[in-house]
Structures are given as structure tokens and as C-alpha cells.
Design a protein around this ligand. Structure first.
Ligand SMILES: [Zn+2]
Length: 238
């Protein structure tokens, strides 16, 4: 079983502290202070950092957390040069154990060229970084719409009851965009009410299930790379 503690950091990022048996890791520490505080509150010591991609708001805490806890840092091999202190590089299809979990590495090019997602098979939990947001998709800084469409295809193949944790709280603004493209979607209209409620109470909108996302996220509904590209361009100018 995997326990997930969400840690809000920086402006609107989420880092995560995850535990399975004796294994404890931090996902995407974009800063160190809030995360060290959360670890001390939980009274636990991490052994690993998992990075999804090289952007500063996902890796800036690497060095200080490593200095304090001597963690092993794991992330995409192809972004080694830009991930501080990376120890172990991973590539698409790699599998590793974490406590009683089996973790599958899914490379999802698009937002960056080496971006990886971590799928915890036993608990059916996906950490999607900045590839798949709730109701959105990461900006295509390095990859093409075609690459991103193919990445989404890989994520779509996971079980419908997969719980998704992503790297930012962008859900409400993403919802407004989805609604502008898909105004008659009753699932979306219902979900927006739930999202507004959560945000009014300052609560995270995550995790979300893949099933919910398939019904409401316009990027997961794109039928082909061309349509995906069109949606991404509309969103860039929204
Ligand atoms: Zn990013």
C-alpha cells in the first residue's frame, strides 16, 4: 500500500511525500523548507527523491534535502545534466520496487523531452508531473503536439480507477478552458461545481481518477494529434 501526503510548495506546485512499508520518498521537491517541515511533522526520514523532469520548480530542493538526509535521487537519465545531484537515471519501461509496490516508469515526452511519470501498480497511483494536469496538459516547452498526444495515449491505457497526482494546482483555470471548448459536457459542469467548492475551502483538487479525466479533460478526449495540437494552441491563447 502507498500512503501519499500532499505538500503545497512555492506558488501553486505540489510535492508529495510517499510511503510504502519502510520506503519513503519525496516526489518533485521544488523547494526544501516546506518539505523538511512536513517530514519533521510526520517524524519520518526519506531515503529517495523521485524527479519527473528537470524544471527548477520540481528539483530545486534536491541539493538541500540530499545534504540533510543523504537520499538517493532518481529521475530521467536523459535530463541528467539539468537535474541537480541525480544519482540513478531511468528510462521508459524501467521497473523498480518501492516498499511493497512495483513502480513502472512511463516516459511522456512533450512538456520536456525526458519527462517521466511514475506509476505505482499495486495501488494504481500515477504521479504525472507536468505532463497530465487535472483537466489540462503541460505546456509544450520542448516536445511536439504529436509526442504529447502519444504520451497521453500511454497514460490513457492505465486502469480507469488510477488515481492521478500532478505537479500543480491548475484545475480551476483548466476547467474554464475545457468548458469553453466543451460547453455542453454535463460531467464537466458537475465537476466544476465540486472543484469550486474545494478551492473555496482552500483544499486540493487532487487526486482525480483517470475515469473522471477521460470524461472531462479535453486533451484526453482529443481523437488525434492534430486535434490535440489545436486544443493546445487554443489553451496557449486562452
Ligand atoms: Zn515543468
Amino acid at each position: 500500500m502507498l500512503t501519499v501526503t500532499l505538500v503545497p510548495i512555492l506558488e501553486d506546485n505540489y510535492a508529495y511525500i510517499i510511503q510504502s512499508q519502510d520506503s519513503i520518498a519525496i516526489i518533485d521537491p521544488g523547494e526544501s523548507k516546506a518539505i523538511i517541515n512536513a517530514l519533521e511533522k510526520l517524524n519520518i526520514t526519506p531515503s529517495f527523491i523521485l524527479n519527473t523532469h528537470h524544471h527548477w520548480d520540481h528539483v530545486n530542493g534536491n541539493k538541500q534535502i540530499k545534504e540533510k538526509y543523504n537520499v538517493e535521487i532518481i529521475g530521467p537519465e536523459s535530463e541528467r545534466k539539468s537535474i541537480p545531484e541525480l544519482d540513478t537515471g531511468l528510462k521508459n519501461g524501467d521497473i523498480f520496487n518501492f516498499g511493497d509496490e512495483t513502480v513502472e516508469v512511463i516516459e511522456t515526452q512533450g512538456h520536456t523531452l525526458g519527462h517521466i511519470c511514475f506509476y505505482f501498480k499495486n495501488s494504481k497511483i500515477l504521479f504525472s508531473g507536468d505532463t497530465l494536469f487535472s483537466l489540462g496538459c503541460g505546456r509544450l516547452f520542448e516536445g511536439t503536439a504529436e509526442q504529447s498526444f502519444n504520451s497521453f495515449k500511454k497514460l490513457k491505457a492505465l486502469p480507469d480507477d488510477t488515481k492521478i497526482y500532478c505537479g500543480h494546482e491548475y484545475t480551476l483555470e483548466n476547467a474554464e478552458f475545457c468548458l469553453s471548448v466543451d460547453p455542453d459536457n454535463q460531467h464537466l459542469i458537475k465537476r466544476i461545481k465540486e472543484i469550486e467548492n474545494l478551492r473555496t475551502n482552500n483544499k486540493p483538487t487532487l487526486p482525480v481518477t483517470l475515469e473522471q479525466e477521460k470524461k472531462t479533460n479535453i486533451f484526453l478526449k482529443a481523437k488525434n494529434a492534430e486535434e490535440f495540437k489545436k486544443f493546445r494552441e487554443l489553451k496557449d491563447n486562452f
